[in-house]
Design a protein around this ligand. Sequence first.
Ligand code: GLN
Ligand code: ZN
Length: 758
Amino acid sequence: MKTSVIGYPRVGVLRELKFATEKYFKDAFTKEELQAIAINLRETHWKVQKEKRIDFISSNDFSFYDNMLDTAVLLNVIPNRYKKLQLDSLDEYFAMARGYQGEKGDVKALAMKKWFNTNYHYMVPEIEDGTEITLIGDKPFKEFLEAKSLGIETKPTIIGAFTFLKLARFTGEKTIAYYINDIIRSYSDILNKFNDLGTQWIQFDEPYLVMDLSEEDIHLFTRLYDSILNEKRKTKVLLQTYFGDIRDCYGRVIAMPFDGIGLDFVEGKKTLECIKEFGFPDNKTLFAGIVNGKNIWRNNYTNTVNLIIELKKYCKNIVLNTSCSLLHIPYTLKNEDGLSEEYKKYLAFAEEKLMELSELKRILSNSDSVFTDEYRENKKLFNQVRCYKNENVHTAVSALSQNDFIRQPNFEEREKIQKEKLNLPLLPTTTIGSFPQTADVKTNRSNYKKGKISFEEYVTFNKKKIAEWIELQEKIGLDLLVHGEFERNDMVEYFGENLDGFLFTEKGWVQSYGTRCVKPPIIWGDISRSKPITIDYSVYAQSLTSKYVKGMLTGPVTILNWSFPREDISLKDCVFQIALAIRGEVLDLEANGIKVIQIDEAALREKLPLRKSDWHSEYLDWAIPAFRFTHSGVKAETQIHTHMCYSEFADIIKDIDNMDADVITFEAARSDLSIIKTIREGGFKTEVGPGVYDIHSPRIPSVLEIKEALFKMLEEIPGNKLWVNPDCGLKTRGNEETISSLENLVIAAKEIRKSLSE
Ligand code: GLN
Ligand code: ZN
């Protein structure tokens, strides 16, 4: 039995690639210096896999920014606006990734989207009418040869033709059909070239196969590959799927001329079922995705060994594989000195997953598998209690009943009461929560973390900042104020650190997009709140002004979605535990005189299952109640806000309304405002604050353009339901631009108010 890895992280254990690339962007690094770092990282990553005796090691999983972008460039899918800049290939690549502003022109970046159900984001290839799809690049071949020169035979991995076409954006008249022949030729050329190089295996990543597929989709897939695989070649082709099962096309796919098929047994609920129903051809190899590439827990060897024994009844050739690329987990536990062995022995990051693969290989090659030490050790681990149960939390969660999810009185009555009590003007102005995290704010936090200043000094500084910004907000003329979130580094980490049950890593970085990485907390045990978290700062801020100041919390679904979840209890149980803690904070804020509370659900949509048929049963049916539970205990006059970081929720609009918040703010400035129409058509009851300007850019919006946006919104939304606010928090912006932008926002709101009352 052999082992395989779909892909390896690439930013470097210490984020070397991130820092090198950012230096290059700032002209502090030459192209050669950047390339040298890249070569070094690739070598390190191949070697570590080799050392751990992985049989199928990927190449071309490296990327300077994103693999989808690599594939686009490889196939000459480069919009004209970038070609016109006449940059060299690397700079053109970065121009597509991040936009370009300089002596040669001014162009925006390609759009960026979430990669399936992960927190990774890919660049959306743009195919315009003039695009001529053809193999022009050599990255996969070069990297294959680079590994070969180190004595390592790799299997190059490339995003497959089907997934590429399905995720690309067609900006002209021509659609997929027009490009099919070109795509087939390009992918055949890729295969031929590898065949010439003597490559043994190549991996085509086709995660799109796990989505809900139409008959037309399946037809496209078969048409593409029947042609691409039409020629006889020595190089073998692995069709690699992940993030779910391929129930819609399994029977068809196994009849196609692939040499290997990679299936996901971790997220693919029906993978085993498909194999049992349709069998698996003897002349193909099953790459069985059994080591979870998305979560950080040790593999349960007993379960895995049993699964493989079962699979052996149906499949002759099995390779042990990761369930998806290891890109989605941190590198290694080696540098986590802050975590004791007691914790670490339950965890496996990328490097430790390699070790698991080779241990499993050893165990499965030994006919008396039960007797290997590794197997016994692992069994012991899973048989002992990992963390002690917090009985109170379990009791509270299991005692939840229907009524706990229903806020009284109903929305309409609350709306009336709140309008009276809060007495805010028409089109009230507000912000989403955070104000600029300027250098002094960050220094204060890091000084405190490093023990350079006392807790009192730390808090005093934050309070000074709060006071400054309360005064500023009053001066600007905003109606509903915020304290500014100066004490928070990250909206999830902050709550994780203040709740019981989370673990934090020091170097557990995971690439989110390009050079950006996140460090998700680990949900280790039962979540509980042993002390109030935000009360002190909120009450202080409220004491400084006669206007209302919003209490600011992160919602349970977002906390769950941006953490590594437990696998020993259900996501539903876990999110209810978090909801219980946040509810406690909500009630404490209310008891301390805070009249408006915002519970951010920035990431609510992120873990929506890939298949529509699973949306409710597997996600929304507990995610929405979890949110409702956080605020169902407050008084009628307490106004609950929520915030989301995107406006693509037309398809779950009923569910969003069903969160039963009083107000929702969301990103809208960058979209075409079509959501506003959907909101009206759907009879959305919640008051809305679609962002009137984009906070992702330092640009200051003019009064006129904000007014125009508001007028457009008012065409669909009644004035008494509309709020005026930016798209998202302002923490990444500078002070000056923030103040000017908000001044314009307030002027615009006031002018419209006036014209409405005339
Ligand atoms: N309240 C948070 C902030 O303003 C919300 C951030 C987010 O939506 N990502 O920063
Ligand atoms: Zn946001």
